[in-house]
Ligand binder design. Structure first.
Ligand SMILES: Nc1ncnc2c1ncn2[C@@H]1O[C@H](COP(=O)(O)OP(=O)(O)OP(=O)(O)O)[C@@H](O)[C@H]1O
Ligand SMILES: CC(C)(CO)[C@@H](O)C(=O)NCCC(=O)O
Ligand SMILES: [K+]
Length: 257
């Protein structure tokens, strides 16, 4: 059984893949101080709760936070008796090597999204991931990651307003009733919501123009459906895209080793 781990800057997601389907998915906050023993107590409790009596034999990790990888490696060694594949490390191959400036450290989540989206949809894609940051990953015809765009995340933008301006409260994102807000919260939600609709539309249009071709836009991340409500910004939404990408990269390494 394969354990897939996606560590973002905010949340870490664990899924169990039986070769055909994900049997379970659990989410925890990302904290580099969390030890292997803590991970294991948490994981085994949830597995027991869901009556999942499976043996984990393989692990693949994508981490945008380098520090958490150490304790996850200890988890694999101590409790699963295996050596994990870590996306971005030399001993973890990618189905299609990225084409970017030399020395660039591409976020592993973006490489994983690229592999997952290409596997499901073929080439010439834009993958939009609404995580801590909002990323646009451009997938070439042959499935290679060839660059993209990094914008501040939706929640990060709202947090930035709150932390920089004394009179601006903490606000959760939602689709505002109107563009013109008649109270502080509505004004902030409008700025971020409609600002993001424009940002997504403009960036996708410019990517397609720059590459002089039509491209399918695939979205992932918890907030994507909220933005799809107003107009068709994305051709498809795939909630499990990052996890799917991890299974694709894992299979590729198994088959080519
Ligand atoms: N309607 C909503 N309003 C506010 N938050 C939402 C809504 N829908 C989903 N979310 C939250 O958005 C977040 C999206 O999760 P996702 O895994 O895409 O990114 P993340 O965990 O925030 O970032 P990262 O992967 O960079 O750690 C989750 O925390 C989820 O609870
Ligand atoms: C942009 C984030 C933070 C999105 O999770 C992550 O992919 C990352 O840390 N990237 C490193 C830089 C890059 O992708 O070019
Ligand atoms: K993510």
């Amino acid at each position: 059984m394969l354990l897939t781990i996606d560590c973002g800057n905010t949340n870490t997601v664990f899924s169990i893949w039986d070769g055909t389907a994900f049997l379970a998915t659990w989410r925890t906050s990302t904290e580099w101080q969390r030890t292997a023993d803590q991970y294991y107590v948490w994981l085994s409790t949830l597995m027991e709760f869901q009556k999942l009596d499976v043996e984990i034999t393989d692990v693949i990790i994508s981490s945008t936070v380098p520090r958490v990888v150490f304790n996850l490696r200890v988890l694999c060694d101590r409790y699963f008796n295996c050596r994990p594949y870590v996306v971005g490390k030399a001993d973890c191959m990618l189905p299609a090597p990225p084409r970017v400036d030399e020395g660039t450290q591409i976020g592993p989540d973006r490489l994983v999204n690229t592999a997952g989206a290409y596997d499901r949809c073929g080439g010439d894609l834009i993958v939009v991931d609404f995580g801590t940051a909002t990323t646009f990953d451009v997938v070439d015809t042959d499935g290679a990651y060839v660059g993209g765009v990094i914008a501040p995340g939706v929640n990060l933008s709202l947090e930035a307003l709150h932390s920089a301006a004394a009179a601006l409260p903490h606000v959760d994102i939602t689709k505002p009733q109107a563009v013109v807000g008649t109270n502080t919260v509505a004004c902030m939600q409008s700025g971020v919501f409609w600002g993001y609709v424009g940002l997504v539309r403009e960036i996708c249009a410019r990517i397609k123009a720059e590459r002089a071709r039509d491209m399918r836009v695939i979205s992932t991340g918890g907030l994507a459906p909220l933005f799809q409500q107003t107009e068709k910004l994305f051709d498809d939404f795939q909630d499990d895209l990052t996890m799917h990408g991890l299974t694709v990269i894992h299979r590729f390494n198994k088959e080519n080793n």
